[in-house]
Design a protein around this ligand. Structure first.
Ligand SMILES: [Zn+2]
Length: 349
């Protein structure tokens, strides 16, 4: 019964498989499109991760059903073999009783005598014959059940191959789509002056699909692979924050005629410690700063002056790019220059 329900599950799961189409990826590199591309890249990366997980789950479910079925089939094979072993001597015995009319226990019965011993012999023989018939019927039933289970196991293996093929095709399509979006995004960033390593390894830099893996690294110890350079030389942030910052920087440039001024961005643990000891009170405790997560910038060029035109512009417009002035920075400590990227805000926009 368990096997049947698993099979029903897997075939209904099959019907639920979403069709995936490879839509055209826009090659436009306008700053507004940069945000769209980043979101699209995040979405396709997420879809790819989900499809991969679905495949793994489906494979695990089918493998479990397959192993249960195999176990059951083995039990039936053993039972059939045991019964066959009993059937043979029993059949031989019954056969031999029929074939010895002139002697043994059967003689009185066959010669017409009706004493106790011949009656018992008759009863024994009837019992043996009916026993033999029962065993033959049991063997037949077991054999049929064994055949049915073998067919079921074969169906299950065919279903497994089909489901795997379908999901692998879906994953392949999603992977291609994700790669195409990341390529478009990299090209758009290069056009905006961000030095993205396009050659070499696939998805080398500014790949928002790597953001998920950034969470596993401790504060201040992010590897180069999850960081992305800004247009401002020497500055870098976590890929999603960097791409959102580039988009905000382009909007700022349109408004003020020059790019944003960045004093500080991602800080390694060593840099955090250095600043903390040189200027106590001006930097967060090492290992606790959002700079160490590649999600914060310190700005200059007017934004660092509370209520300046530039400060007010970033405060009003940053949100649409996922950049905010955190509550604490308004008063404790008062840091008008400090801005943070909120991944939740950035991905909801
Ligand atoms: Zn700061």
């Amino acid at each position: 019964m368990a096997v049947v329900s698993v099979l029903t599950l897997s075939s209904s799961g099959e019907a639920q498989a979403r069709p995936v189409t490879l839509e055209a990826v826009s090659q436009d590199s306008a700053p507004g499109n940069l945000t769209d591309l980043r979101r699209e890249a995040e979405r396709s990366s997420q879809a790819l991760a989900e499809a991969t997980k679905a495949l793994e789950q489906r494979q695990a479910t089918l493998a479990k059903a397959d192993s249960e079925l195999k176990k059951k089939l083995d039990q039936f094979r053993t039972a059939t073999a045991e019964l066959s072993k009993v059937r043979k001597p029993l059949a031989d015995l019954v056969q031999s009783l029929y074939q010895t009319p002139q002697g043994g226990d059967m003689a009185p019965f066959l010669s017409g005598a009706s004493d106790t011993s011949s009656l018992r012999a008759l009863s024994d023989m009837t019992y043996l014959v009916s026993g033999r018939d029962e065993i033959l019927a049991d063997v037949g039933r077991l054999y049929q059940e064994q055949q049915r289970l073998a067919a079921e196991a074969q169906d299950l293996r065919a279903t497994k191959l089909l489901v795997e093929a379908q999901l692998n095709l879906e994953i392949d399509t999603l992977r291609k789509r994700s790669a195409a979006v990341v390529k478009s995004l990299s090209q758009a960033l290069v056009k905006l002056g961000v030095r993205v390593n396009q050659g070499g390894r696939s998805g080398a830099a500014c790949d928002p699909t790597r953001v998920g893996s950034a969470a596993q690294y401790p504060n201040g110890l992010l590897p180069k692979s999850v960081l992305c350079p800004l247009q401002q030389p020497g500055r870098e942030l976590r890929a999603d924050a960097a791409i959102a910052f580039v988009a905000m920087n382009e909007a700022y440039r349109k408004r003020f005629g020059k790019p944003m001024c960045v004093t500080d961005s991602y800080r390694s643990l060593a840099q955090q410690q250095s600043i903390f000891y040189r200027r106590p009170g001006f930097a967060a405790v090492p290992g606790r700063s959002n700079h160490g997560l590649g999600l914060a910038v310190d700005l200059c060029g007017g934004v660092d002056v509370f209520r300046s035109l530039q400060f007010n512009w970033v405060e009003a417009n940053g949100k649409q790019f996922g950049w905010i002035h955190p509550d604490w920075a308004y008063h404790s400590p008062f840091e008008p220059w400090h801005w943070e990227y909120d991944p939740e805000l950035g991905s909801l926009l």
